[in-house]
Structures are given as C-alpha cells and as structure tokens.
Ligand binder design. Structure first.
Ligand code: NAP
Length: 247
C-alpha cells in the first residue's frame, strides 16, 4: 500500500464511527500517526485499538473552541507537528420544515457542523504553519450545494463549510496549506441507522448508481486530498455521490 503519510501526523474528528473511522484507518495504513478524535470516548478508544500503535484516542467536542485548541496542542505535544486534519465530526439534527424548525436543533447543528469545522481549522492552521504547511479536508455533503427537505440547519451548515473551505484556501494558498471539502452523497453509516428500510431504499434510488456510498469510498477521496498527490488542489469541493447531483 502507498505510504503517502509516512512521517506525517493527522487529526481526524468524528473518527469513532462511519466516514471518520474509515478515514483514520486508511491514513494510518498509509503511514500516518493519527489522533482518533471523537465525542464518544469509547468509540475513539475502539477505533484507536483497532488501528494499533499508529493511533491515539482523543475525546473532543468540536462545538467547544477551547476543546479544539486543546486537541491540536495534544497532537503537537505527542508527535511534534500537525500535517493533516480531516474535520469530519457532524450530526444530522432534527427533521422539520423550515418554518417549524426547532431553535435548539438549529443551534446544535450549526454549533457542531459549521462552528465545529471553523473552531478546528482556527486551531489547526497555526500548528500547520509552524510546521511549514499542511492539508485540511472538511467533510461537507452533497447538501453543501443543493437543498433537501426538512433539513434546513444541516443544509445551511454544509453550504457554510463549502464557503469557509474556499476562503481559508485563498487565505493560506501562499503558505503551504491546502484546504478542500468533500461532498458525499448518502453514505451507509450509523448516522442513517435510525432510518427504516423503506427510507433507505428510497434514498438509494436517488443515486443514479442505485445504492448509497460506502465510508471507505469517501475515505479514499479524503486521503487523496490530504496527500501531496493533490498538490495543485485547493479550495475545491469534490463530490463522491454516485451521480446524485448530476441529475
Ligand atoms: P457517524 O457515523 O454518526 O459518525 C460521526 C461521529 O462524529 C460519531 O462518532 C459522533 O459521535 C461524532 N460526533 C458527533 N458530534 C460530535 C462533536 N460535537 N464532537 C466530536 N465528535 C462528534 O456519521 P457519518 O455518517 O460518518 O458522518 C461523518 C460526516 O460526514 C458528518 O460531517 C456528516 O455530516 C458527513 N456526511 C455524512 C453522510 C451520510 O450519508 N452518512 C453524507 C454526507 C456527509 P456520537 O456517536 O457520540 O454522536
């Protein structure tokens, strides 16, 4: 297997499950030391144990800016540098039409999915600059470019992630930090575990390839963007959506 990340240090948030887990596993397999960061300490511990010596579990709430700073400090204290960050932690939030959307649900989704990505980037960028550069991958969604009923907070947050990514990419393009975002279609992860089979079948049918995506497929794109192979790619929003947004 490629060793694109030999000698590199990566932080992956939301790495205790789904897309983040698959990304942490792949980066470690390609040579990175990985901070497996998640709100769920047990999940972070399980994934770090599965990876082995290359991983360290870390408990973080990305909606807390001080916790994001402490996470980056811990990475630098442990490994001396930070090269890669995959800001992936996210939640689905309540489902309701915009005019009835619960205010606490709005605040929670914006806090985790939008503010959390900003707080992480704000902490990660100075650490990457200190090491001469780095690569940041923010997990957006197809819902960073199109709408979806009953999900106003999620859609707003993901559109925001795409915009923040482009702006941070411009801010640091001359200083060796690339910043990109990913737009997965619906991916078969625990985030969708609450949905019943009828809903899953309906969602699968929305994708021209006829199925939902897999975490490992998103991880491949994250690893590409995080690696030096993507040295001319910054400010981009790349889809892995089975054709969802091509229609
Ligand atoms: P997942 O399986 O639910 O994993 C998300 C992980 O993030 C969970 O371990 C969760 O912990 C953790 N997390 C939640 N809030 C957090 C916080 N405040 N701080 C730190 N960690 C937190 O979800 P996933 O499907 O892999 O989604 C990962 C990312 O991909 C999200 O940003 C999501 O919006 C995006 N995405 C997913 C899909 C999809 O269809 N699955 C499609 C497009 C984009 P808990 O379990 O304790 O909450």
């Amino acid at each position: 297997m490629d060793q694109d990340f030999a000698g590199k240090v990566a932080v992956v948030t939301g790495a205790g499950s789904g897309i983040g887990e698959a990304t942490a596993v792949l980066l470690a397999a390609r040579g990175a030391k990985v901070i497996v960061a998640d709100l769920d300490a047990d999940a972070a511990g399980r994934v770090a144990k599965e990876i082995g010596d290359a991983a360290v579990p870390y408990t973080v709430d990305v909606s807390d800016p001080a916790a994001c700073e402490a996470m980056v400090r811990a990475a630098v204290d442990m490994f001396g540098r930070l090269d890669v960050a995959v800001n992936n932690a996210g939640i689905g939030g309540p489902q309701a039409p915009a005019g009835e959307y619960p205010l606490d649900g709005w605040r929670q989704v914006i806090d985790v999915n939008l503010n959390g990505v900003f707080y992480c980037m704000r902490a990660e960028i100075p650490a990457m600059l200190a090491g001469g550069g780095g690569s940041i991958v923010n997990m957006a969604s197809i819902l960073g470019s199109v709408g979806f009923g009953q999900a106003v907070a999620y859609v707003a947050a993901k559109h925001g992630v795409v915009g923040m990514t482009k702006t941070a990419a411009i801010d640091y393009a001359q200083q060796g930090i690339r910043v990109n975002s990913i737009g997965p279609g619906f991916i078969d992860t625990p985030l969708l575990a609450a949905a019943d089979q009828e809903v899953i079948a309906g969602v699968s049918a929305l994708h021209p390839i006829g199925r939902m995506g897999r975490s490992a497929e998103v991880a491949e794109l994250a690893a590409f963007l995080a690696s030096d192979k993507a040295s001319n790619t910054t400010g981009s929003y790349l889809l892995t959506d089975g054709g969802y947004t091509a229609q």
